[in-house]
Design a protein around this ligand. Sequence first.
Ligand SMILES: *[C@@H]1O[C@H](CO)[C@@H](O)[C@H](O)[C@H]1NC(C)=O
Ligand SMILES: *[C@@H]1O[C@H](CO)[C@@H](O)[C@H](O)[C@H]1NC(C)=O
Ligand SMILES: *[C@@H]1O[C@H](CO)[C@@H](O)[C@H](O)[C@H]1NC(C)=O
Ligand SMILES: *[C@@H]1O[C@H](CO)[C@@H](O)[C@H](O)[C@H]1NC(C)=O
Length: 302
Amino acid sequence: MVASTKMILYAAALFLLVPLTTPQAGPVPVVLWHGMGDSCCNPLSMGSIKRLVEQKVGDGVYVKSLMIGSNIVQDTENGFFMNANDQVANVCAQLKNDPKVQQGYNAMGFSQGGQFLRAVAQRCPSPPMLNLISFGGQHQGVYGFPHCPGENQTLCDEVRKLLNFGAYIPWIQDFLAQAEYWHDPLNEAEYREKSVFLADINQEKNFNQTYKTNLLKLKNMVLVKFAYDTMVDPKESEWFGFYNEGQGVKLYNMTQSKLYQQDLIGLKELNESGRIALLESPGDHLQFTDAWFEANILKFLK
Ligand SMILES: *[C@@H]1O[C@H](CO)[C@@H](O)[C@H](O)[C@H]1NC(C)=O
Ligand SMILES: *[C@@H]1O[C@H](CO)[C@@H](O)[C@H](O)[C@H]1NC(C)=O
Ligand SMILES: *[C@@H]1O[C@H](CO)[C@@H](O)[C@H](O)[C@H]1NC(C)=O
Ligand SMILES: *[C@@H]1O[C@H](CO)[C@@H](O)[C@H](O)[C@H]1NC(C)=O
């Protein structure tokens, strides 16, 4: 008697709750975007992240590690030599055409993949991105290129040469992804005018209300900064901080930034509704342990 009453109640509860709380069967899919010098499918980087997510989220979660281009070599090269706006458009199309993510997905971006996925959230609201988790993304850009990630030093040397030659020279801006988030605090006006990617998504060129409306659709924006990051200059960019105009030493933080103060992309509204998480991992660029991931990130994926 007791057991069957329980069963009926349980069934009724499920009937009421299921349509409200589970828009799709199984866990929310996860989309990964790799960093510079890396590719979708390196077993030591994105491959191990994919396995980690599959293992910790469980239930056969669908994890899509984005490939830009038609093979791993192209994917790696495109991370340097394909216009960031074209890369974002490519990913928007991939997501639109993947039936498995149509009801929404969580996004995990690594290094430049962090700011690129933010652009996806701002420009391409469908399918919906639910949580954006940025690992060491450079949301205010970089002003330096101290180390080279990945296995191919030649590619980085090429990038350095071009950045030194002139990041804001139009032909370099047009194809070099790193020039497109190069942020020179000594030349803010030139940055605002000529940066074809970062100044656009940060609304420093023109203000596009759609970008803000779309970013505010996120459930959470999680920004991971690496405490001992030697790759990103300045590492505070990972939390929307950057150098004060006119020099390269003193920094402002997110709350002090123009982006926040004028709420250009929705940071203030996101923060005030408790939807920005500023997390720090005690390591170098992209270094975190499985335990740190489990304690800090997993809750956004479950
Ligand atoms: C604003 O951004 C949306 C999304 O990318 C785009 O469709 C639209 O053309 C933009 N509007 C302007 C005025 O640039
Ligand atoms: C590095 O990348 C360049 C350009 O894609 C390629 O020609 C070269 O073979 C690569 N070197 C190594 C060691 O993979
Ligand atoms: C930025 O610095 C100010 C002044 O020290 C502080 O009150 C504020 O909490 C900081 N904001 C962040 C996001 O760290
Ligand atoms: C941002 O959010 C945090 C946590 O909710 C809060 O302590 C802080 O005061 C907020 N900052 C501003 C400027 O609203």
